[in-house]
Write a protein that binds this ligand. Structure first.
Ligand SMILES: [Zn+2]
Length: 391
């Protein structure tokens, strides 16, 4: 019986061993942290308290005391860059690169960081050279992505296309949308230089890269108009309806101009009314109202806006409706209508804007590339009214 419980004796022994091991661990930790300079902990503390200025001073001291700490160099470099102190960031990363004993992976890392410093400092040439030197290795794909950003800033669309194609191979991610847009940019430049032939060639490449690209269709109409072929322009712009009806408000004014050039205003007005029936929107209503009032007369425009308001009532449409009624009203009714319209205008004084779906940047004009986040095709082609403030 006694023999069966002999192992109970082991319990205090195991406890004792555990206690000793823990003590050893703590001792080891203490001795290791004793090797770390005090400034390191001071720096950490400042960082945790969101006092980056003081943190940087503390870390600089550590780096001076122990120049071998590469991780700390990287942390310092990126802290400097984030604060816009690009000169100091550049110096930190160049110091690292000057070390002969730096392992290859860390050399690439430092090179990539240095490229980002140059980019942030606006030194695009030097950033480009730095990223180009990373054409292989762990940072190759990230470096190409930064090169693409540089070429977009420089509007060097030929190099942008080349880089996007390399990126597709490196990252297995599609850049078709971007490549088509780069060709459209080239087509637009050619159009501005009145080179219709080059423009058409670029548009063909844009469509080959991304058949869904509606900008190429719109630009193809512009090319036709520029070479004095409104028939061809009408043909191109009418394709927008099947390709992406949401983009119609962007082209209907041009389309009506082309109908006008052909002496077919009535046909244009009929098409416009059809579009409005099928794809009602405030943008389209605004354009149609003005056009129909000019081409057919105020009564027809009034009728148009009344029909739209019955389908989809909203404040902007209401303002238009009152405006239409004012035209034929007599005093004092006219002044009353004006007063009502003024009140509605107060509620809608924040003009509708195009809004980037990626970063929320709001713009009066429509952009294919967002000026806020540089994303391509991030704007929905319809203007949105911000919520009116209460009161
Ligand atoms: Zn954006």
């Amino acid at each position: 019986m006694d023999l069966d419980y002999w192992w109970l004796l082991l319990i205090p022994v195991v406890f004792g061993l555990g206690w000793m091991a823990a003590r050893f661990d703590v001792k080891h930790l203490l001795s290791e942290s004793a090797n770390l300079p005090r400034s390191y902990f001071r720096g950490l503390n400042f960082l945790l308290n969101e006092q980056p200025d003081q943190a940087i001073d503390a870390f600089i001291e550590v780096v001076k005391l122990d120049p071998e700490t590469t991780e700390l160099h990287f942390a310092l470099g990126s802290l400097f860059r984030r604060r816009g102190e690009t000169e100091r960031a550049i110096r930190v990363h160049q110091n690292l690169l000057n070390r002969s004993d730096l392992p290859e992976i860390e050399r690439e890392h430092a090179m990539f960081e240095l490229g980002q410093d140059f980019l942030k400092a606006g030194l695009l040439d030097r950033a480009e050279d730095t990223f180009k030197s990373l054409n292989s290795g762990a940072y190759a794909s990230d470096a190409q992505r930064c090169l693409l950003t540089i070429y977009e800033i420089e509007k060097d669309w030929a190099k942008a296309i080349e880089t996007a194609e390399i990126l597709e191979k490196l990252s297995a991610q599609s850049f078709r949308k971007e490549i088509a847009q780069f060709h459209c940019e080239r087509a637009q430049e050619a159009l501005q230089k009145k080179d219709g032939e080059l423009s058409s060639a670029e548009l063909k490449l844009a469509r080959a890269a991304n058949p869904a690209n509606v900008r190429a269709t719109i630009l193809a109409g512009d090319v036709e108009m520029a070479i004095g072929n409104p028939d061809g322009a009408v043909e191109q712009w009418r394709k927008v309806e099947t390709q992406s009806p949401a983009h119609l408000p962007l082209i209907v004014e041009r389309l009506m101009k082309a109908y006008g050039a052909l002496g077919k205003d009535a046909e244009g007005a009929r098409l416009l009314t059809q579009y409005l029936d099928k794809y009602p929107s405030n943008d389209l209503l605004d354009i149609a109202y003005t056009y129909i009032a000019q081409q057919i007369g105020p009564d027809a425009a009034h009728q148009l806006v009344r029909a739209q308001m019955q389908k989809a009532p909203n404040l902007a449409g209401m303002s238009r409706l009152l405006e239409a009624q004012e035209g034929s009203a007599e005093e004092p009714r006219r002044s009353e209508l004006e007063l009502m319209r003024g009140l509605i205008r107060q509620r809608t004084k924040n003009l509708p804007r195009y809004t980037c779906q990626s970063c929320g940047f709001r713009a009066r004009l429509f952009y294919w590339q967002c000026p806020g986040c540089s994303g391509w095709e991030t704007y929905a082609p319809r203007r949105v009214e911000p919520m009116a403030s209460g009161g």
